[in-house]
Ligand binder design. Structure first.
Ligand code: MSP
Length: 660
């Protein structure tokens, strides 16, 4: 079988990392974005035969975490343990195929950081001095007066703190020339290219000052060896994760086999705001340790909202979990990787999400599979026909496109251009749908002499679907398997990357089995509302579940209706929820009991308008916590096109009366 340039035996390694996340809060869709991108790349390289190591983890020290823990009334370790548990659950929900998860509070990491610090101190790269300057707590970054932006942090725009303390410093300037030479000799080191110029112009050219690498004003960190008053600066601590996780200096002066095998990293994936740490500080630390530098640092853009960055205070944070629960994991993974060119910023809008999922997944891909299998069932007893190579011009065109698509995907993936790879795959999907229009199998079926031609058309469609199912494996983790089930093939040779480099590999005679559509078609208006509801913190049901009920009969039974316990409730108090400008916290009187319900109505009602109103409450809804507030139930409202009116009862009736 023909093999392309990038295919390797099992011994070529590929080491890819995500930034390690601050466990200061629940992660959102922006963090999911980086990790899904890394996962797509790791899966792609595994498919190409590489021995891949995909590392992710958490950056658990520093003043910000310590302050957060204090505010939550917890010990820092207890605080981060809880959040890290949630992060791991999220990665499992997103099907992240990481090989290792490093936490900077683990012993295996702490002892490496201390050894690194000691070595740099012993060899004179680190020295003790005094620091005076500005510090941004959320960014864990030091700035000189000159670097500030109108007195605020140049990265996040928030106020900075003036600090003066004894500190250890790293002699950055010593390595600058070597760093610039490395940039010069390795043009692919910083990607996208524009970020390299930014580093040189904004940070290196103005002169690299010695970096403060220890702190004494808080103690949630790794102690400086021999000087317990100091903890190691979080960025020196954090960046070291990429080598401590491989067992660098794990034993007395020794590194593990993993380190020998995987270092240097092939790519560190990072968000654009932390490119500086990865392309200036990190390479310089590594040079001082006499270690090879990573081959590439890719700085991707941010996933933004219409009103800018996602933030709790704006109440515009998108949690990936309800999106997955409603639309499935692959819809989210596809959207994130397809919508935004990797490297640029992108804006998440519910409209774009729903339209993308509808057009590409339900219409293009879902339709191609469904139409093809329906015809194979109807015209060929559900069995894969014989392959007739190059029979018609349409066949030749489709076969050529399939081959070109594989190459285009390979080239795009080398550049981490997920969106380009997916665009290429979807051109093939659309060509499959067009091929149906051109060949009109329903007409061929009318003429018994065209039986062979009909078989060939069906074969071409099935083979295109198989090729697509193989090519989408890095991006989507569930759809390929669903497609294989329907195509009647199991995971193995027929789903390997090599198998798509030639057309006509699918064996004749396989029994296909048409299943449910891969993606339900969505009602754009309804779903946009649903996503806005999620952003406001309203719980929604999976689309599949809703569809099942209505598709089966179009109605629900009275028993089903009575499963919902609706009660008259009086609003006793209403108050805003901290950091959530769409939510109100309501105290309800349900006759026999009082309850708190959090409702996304703050944009429509002022708290004082609500007190005394009799509303309808869903009393048997599973309690949830919204923005840290317990919510036991939901109140009903009519809403459309940005308007919302509460459902109230017109007459005087005791609180707690059942509504039916
Ligand atoms: N702990 C440091 C990284 C240390 S790596 C040695 C850190 N953590 S973070 O949790 O704040 O961010 C982790 C990553 O998530 C960053 O690459 C950041 O760019 C990314 N994102 C956070 N919000 C994001 C979006 N809204 N969009 C895209 N990526 C975002 O920085």
């Amino acid at each position: 079988m023909e093999r392309s340039v990038d295919a390797v035996g099992g011994n070529q390694t590929y080491y890819i990392t995500t930034p390690i996340y601050y466990p200061s809060d629940k992660l959102h869709i922006g963090h999911a974005y980086t990790t899904i991108a890394g996962d797509a790349m790791a899966r792609y390289k595994r498919l190409r035969g590489y021995d891949v190591r995909y590392l992710t983890g958490t950056d658990e020290h520093g003043q910000k975490i310590q302050k957060r823990a204090q505010a939550a009334g917890k010990q820092p370790q207890e605080f981060v343990d809880d959040i890290v548990k949630g992060i791991k659950e999220l990665w499992s929900k997103l099907d992240i195929s990481y090989d290792d998860f490093i936490r900077t509070t683990e012993d295996r990491h702490k002892k490496v950081v201390q050894k690194v610090f000691k070595r740099l101190l012993d060899q004179g790269d680190i020295y003790l001095g005094e620091y005076e300057g500005w510090y941004c707590v959320p960014c864990e970054s030091f700035f000189t007066e000159r670097q500030l932006n109108e007195g605020n942090c140049p990265d996040c725009g928030r106020p900075v703190e003036k600090i003066k303390e004894k500190s250890y410093f790293f002699r950055m300037s010593k390595y600058v020339d070597r760093l610039l030479a490395y940039y010069e000799e390795n043009p692919g080191f910083i990607q996208p290219e524009s970020r390299k110029n930014e580093m040189i112009q904004n940070f290196i050219k103005p002169g690299l000052e010695d970096l403060s690498v220890s702190r004494t004003t808080f103690d949630w960190g790794i102690q400086v060896p021999g000087d317990p008053e100091h903890v190691v600066y979080v960025w020196l601590d954090a960046l070291t994760n990429y080598i401590s996780a491989l067992g660098y200096l794990a034993e007395e002066g020794e590194s593990s086999e993993l380190f020998a095998k995987y270092w240097p990293a092939d790519v560190h994936l990072v968000g654009k705001e932390i490119v500086r740490f990865h392309t200036i500080y990190w390479p310089i630390f590594l040079m001082a340790l006499d270690l090879p530098l990573p081959k590439k640092v890719f700085g991707h853009g941010w996933l933004l909202m219409k009103d800018g960055k996602m933030s709790k205070s704006k109440g515009n944070v998108v949690d990936p979990v309800p999106l997955i629960d409603r639309y499935g994991l692959d819809a989210l993974r596809y959207y994130l990787l397809r919508e935004v060119p990797f490297g640029a910023d992108g804006v998440f809008t519910p409209e774009a999400f729903v339209e993308r999922v509808n057009a590409d997944l339900a219409n293009d891909l879902g339709n191609l599979l469904h139409r093809t299998l329906t015809m194979v069932q109807k015209y060929h007893q559900g069995v894969v026909p014989e392959y007739v190579p190059n029979a018609t011009a349409h066949d030749r065109e489709l076969e050529q496109l399939a081959k070109d698509t594989v190459k285009r995907v390979e080239e795009a993936m080398e550049e981490l251009q997920f969106s380009i790879a997916l665009t290429a795959i979807w051109e093939l999907v659309r060509a499959g749908n067009r091929y149906i229009e051109h060949t009109q199998p329903w007409n061929l079926a009318k003429d018994p002499d065209k039986h062979r031609a009909l078989g060939s058309v069906l074969y071409h469609l099935l083979e295109v679907l198989r090729i697509v199912s193989v090519l989408i494996q890095p991006f989507m983790t569930q759809t390929p398997k669903k497609m294989w089930e329907q195509l009647g093939i199991g995971e193995g040779e027929l789903t390997s990357w090599e198998s798509v480099e030639r057309f006509g590999v699918l064996p004749a005679g396989i029994q296909t089995s048409k299943g449910n559509p891969l993606f339900p078609r969505l009602d754009i208006k309804e779903e946009v509302e649903a996503i806005l509801g999620m952003m406001r913190g309203t719980v929604t049901k999976p689309v599949e579940e809703e569809k099942k009920v209505s598709e089966q009969e179009g109605y629900i039974s009275i028993d089903e209706f009575f499963q919902t316990d609706l009660r008259v409730a009086e609003i006793l108090e209403a108050a805003p929820v901290k950091n959530a400008n769409r939510l109100l916290k309501l105290q309800l009187d349900l006759g026999t009991e009082k309850r708190q319900v959090v409702s996304g109505i703050a944009e429509y009602y002022r708290p004082e308008e609500l007190v005394g109103q009799k509303v309808i409450c869903v009393a048997n809804l599973k309690p949830v916590k919204l923005r840290g507030e317990k919510s036991e139930g939901m109140i009903l409202a009519a809403s459309e096109n940005g308007r919302l009116v509460l459902a109230t009862v017109s007459g005087d009736i005791p609180n707690g009366t059942r509504v039916k």
